[in-house]
Design a protein around this ligand. Structure first.
Ligand code: NAD
Length: 457
């Protein structure tokens, strides 16, 4: 099939390379000319395991090309995927300006006999209709708009794309008046095109669910809010563990053995971040408010997460015997040097959007601390947000050198079994703060450190 992809971020690049790998003819378009030039030159704008090889192989095979020209992506295309950003607006709602701009540009360039325009971006309920209206305003060519939310996870995006847990396709208006004869035909054609597009992906086990567009749009938000809720739930339980002298690591394992609950997304830490959970939780709350609902569980998910991002900071104050009343002083940690390990919002990605580590770094700087940090791949994106205010090191041990305390923020594989003996020699102080509970407290203490985890008694 001929496939156009609009937006070459985490979702667009993975989908573009993935569909090309199944033998389709894919053109990826972006308005960021520098990004397209880099991709044309063989450089990768993001870090995602396996993506560089997948892109390289499909470019070499002549199935994947990059362009800034929307006509290149829409000429003869049966499917055009919208994979642009939907960042949060100040009121929490999703900013649809990239989606609608992309829709208009695609609409103006349409010239296939019939094109299915697919919303892969995470968008609020009703956006498929808004995209349809935006395209209809600029073209007379036949087209359909379907919702096909993406569920990939950064760090395992290719595997998630190639072997998804489900493919959700939302076609048609859903629980509205019955479609007219013409609309019904368009919807049926769209379904056929989407089934064909995903045939290779769902070949081993058919996990395709076809719904109406509104239900598909809401499913994506409900999934992210639910997963975020599990994280906030266990973080709240971790707080209680500290009060009552229980170990959340045992509690979460005991919970996860219950097949009704399962072990995933039950890891306590310093809060969730990234480009999806925080903004999607807020956007869902916004949608609910617009419809007169509060969604209190989702609201609590968000407020617990905001609190959780401050947990290590408060533990650090107690470690240094700084009274809680001085927490907001610009001198609370003056003279202290703090090392951070891990800046990306989770391992295996360079994405630092809403990363808890960066929130922590800002908090430490406000309290007058000197911050040194390391990350296996996210130093460039972290530097864009932190500027020169944090000293960044490729080598994790160099970052820890001379620090009064070491704070683990992201559970990168490289940090799982550090050389604590060497760390003891490098650190000036004795505070080890394990923000992801990846270290064995007894082992850390054996080396003369004071160990602080999350919810471990
Ligand atoms: P991203 O910010 O990494 O990439 C978006 C790309 O779109 C950028 O390269 C940008 O230049 C380009 N763009 C913006 N406006 C454009 C336009 N008018 N025409 C062409 N290109 C344009 O975004 P992402 O992380 O890939 O996310 C894209 C969407 O997918 C978002 O809605 C996000 O919520 C959703 N999503 C993301 C993930 C994830 O893990 N990143 C997972 C599932 C869903």
């Amino acid at each position: 099939m001929k496939v156009g992809v609009i937006g070459t971020g985490y979702v667009g690049l993975v989908a573009g390379a993935g569909f090309a790998d199944f033998g389709n003819d894919v053109v990826c378009v972006d308005i960021d000319a520098a990004r397209i030039a880099a991709l044309q030159a063989g450089a990768m704008p993001i870090h995602e395991p396996g993506l560089a090889e997948l892109v390289r192989d499909n470019v070499a095979g002549g199935r994947l090309t990059f362009s800034t020209d929307f006509a290149a992506a829409t000429a003869d295309a049966e499917v055009v995927l919208l994979c642009v950003g939907t960042p949060p607006l100040p009121d929490g709602s999703a900013d649809l300006s990239q989606v609608l701009a992309a829709a208009r540009a695609v609409g103006a360039a349409l010239h296939s006999e019939f094109t299915v325009v697919v919303n892969k971006s995470t968008v609020p309920v009703g956006t498929a209709e808004a995209v349809r209206d935006a395209i209809a305003a600029v073209t007379t060519r036949p087209f359909a708009v379907v919702s096909n939310p993406e569920f990939l996870k950064e760090g395992s995006a290719i595997e998630d794309f190639m072997r998804p847990m489900r493919v959700l396709i939302g076609v048609g208006p859903g629980a509205g008046p019955p479609a007219s004869g013409a609309a019904a035909t368009v919807d049926e054609r769209a379904r056929t095109v989407m089934r064909r597009l995903y045939a290779a992906v769902v070949r081993t086990s058919d996990r395709m669910l076809i719904t109406d567009a509104r239900s598909a749009e809401l499913t994506k938000y409900a999934c992210n809010a639910y997963l975020a809720m599990r994280v906030s739930f266990i973080n709240d339980v971790a707080g209680l563990c500290e009060r009552v002298g229980a170990d959340v690591e045992l509690v979460r394992r005991g919970m996860g053995m219950d097949t009704r609950i399962g072990p995933r997304f039950l890891f306590p830490g310093i809060g969730y971040g990234g480009s999806c959970f925080p903004k999607d939780v807020r956007a869902l709350l916004h949608t609910a408010r617009e419809h007169g609902m509060a969604l209190p569980i989702v609201a609590a998910t968000e407020s617990i997460n905001e609190r959780q991002k401050q947990v290590l900071f408060h533990k650090l104050l107690r470690h240094f015997d700084v009274p809680a009343s001085a927490a907001d002083s610009a001198d609370a940690l003056r003279g202290k040097t703090v090392a951070l390990w891990g800046l990306s919002f989770k391992p295996e990605t360079d994405d630092t959007r809403e990363a808890p580590a960066l929130v922590l770094a800002e908090r430490l700087l406000r309290a007058g601390a000197t911050v040194r940090a390391s990350d296996p791949v996210a130093l460039t994106s972290a530097a864009q947000q932190l500027g020169g205010r944090v000293q960044l090191f490729n080598d994790a041990y160099e970052a820890a050198s001379g620090a009064d305390a070491l704070l683990l923020c992201t559970e990168w594989r490289q940090y799982r079994q550090p050389n604590f003996k060497r760390l003891r020699q490098l650190l000036r102080g004795d505070g080890i703060f394990d923000g992801r509970n990846i270290w064995e407290p007894a082992q850390v203490r054996e080396h003369g450190f004071r160990y602080y985890g999350i919810g471990r008694g």
